[in-house]
Design a protein around this ligand. Sequence first.
Ligand SMILES: Cc1ncc(COP(=O)(O)O)c(C=O)c1O
Length: 366
Amino acid sequence: MQWVLGEISKGTLFQYGPEQGILSFRNNLAQFLTKNYGDKVESEELIVTTGATSGLALTASILVDRKATVFVENPTYFIALNILRGDLGLNVVPIDLASDGIDCDKLEAAVAKYRDEAMERESRRFSCMLYTIPTFHNPTGICYSEAVGRRVISIAEKYNMLVICDDVYNLLKYEHSVPRFSRLKALCGKENKLVISNGTFSKILSPGIRLGWLEVPHSLVPRYTNCGFLLSGGAINNYTSGIIAQLLQDDDIQNNLNFLRSLYGERMQLVHDYLANNLPAGWTVSHAKGGYFLWVATNQNVKKFCEVLQEKDVNVLNGSRATPHAEITDYASADYSHCFRISIAYYSKENLLRACELVCDAAKKM
Ligand SMILES: Cc1ncc(COP(=O)(O)O)c(C=O)c1O
C-alpha cells in the first residue's frame, strides 16, 4: 500500500490524469495481462476506461462515422445495442453465430454490401465496425475457433473494418485448454491496425469500481489521446486506477482472479451436470469452460416458461432478448425464442441448485 498512499498524500490521484492513464497503472496492468493471457501486452497500447461499456461507447463515438454500419453477432450482449443503435444511432446488422464463431461467409457478404469508401474518405472514420465477444460469449458461452478468428481478421483487413472485441470474460477460464487464443488481437501480429480488445475489472473484481481498459493498435492511440472527451476530462477514472495499480502490484487482483476461477468453475460444472442429467429429452445445455453463462436450447418457444420461472424468483434471459431483430434477415436466421441463458456469477451453489430444480420441474410440465 506504500506507493498508493504516497500518491494520495501528494494529491496526484486527485488531479486530472494523463489522457491514456497513469503509467504505473498501465505498466502493472500490462504485466498482469501478459502473465494471464500468456502473450505480450504493451503498456503503450493500453488506455484506461470506466469499463467495457465506456470503452465501446468511446471507440464508436470517436472512430466510427455517424452513418456507419455495425455488425453484431446474433445473438449478442443485448445492452450493447442500446449503445450502438440507441445512443449513437448507428445502423446495426446482425450476423448468425455458430458454435465456433460468427458465420464468416455471411459477415463478408454483409461487409461488402455496407462498406462505404467515400464515407471513409470524407470523414476519416470507419464506415464499418464489427462488435464481437469472441471468448466465453454472452449469452451463448462459446469461444471462436482459431480458423474463424483468423478469417475475421482477414475480412477486416480486406475491407478496412474496425473490430472491437468485448473481452470481458477472457480471464475467467476454468480449464487450461481454453480459450484457444487469449484474445483476437493476439492473432493479429505487430502490424495490426484494426482489432481492439475491450477489457474490464467488472468481472474479475467489482463492477462498482467502474474501471477497465482498451488495448488498441499503436497507430490508433493518438486518436484517443487527442479526442475532446479525454482532452477535457483526462484519464477517465484516475483515482481508482491508482488504487488498482497498487492492488495489481501486491498480487491482490491475481489472488482474487484465482479465487473466482475456482469458485465459478465449480458452479459452472455443478449447474451443467444437473441440467444435463435432468432436462427433458430434446433440451440441451452448453458446457462453457469459462465466463458466466450456460445456454439452454429447447424444442419450443420459452417466453411463457421464462415468465413462470420469474414468478418463482428464478431469473433467466429469454434468448429472443439477445437477438438484435426479431425478424429473419439476410444474414441472421434465428430469433432464439426457443433458448434461454443462465448465469452462475451471483448466487451460491445451493441457490443455483435449487433454481436448477425449479427449471427442470417447470420444463417437465411444458
Ligand atoms: C459482453 C459484455 N460487455 C460489457 C459488459 C459491461 O461491462 P462493464 O461493467 O465493464 O461496463 C458486460 C456485462 O455484463 C458484458 O457481458
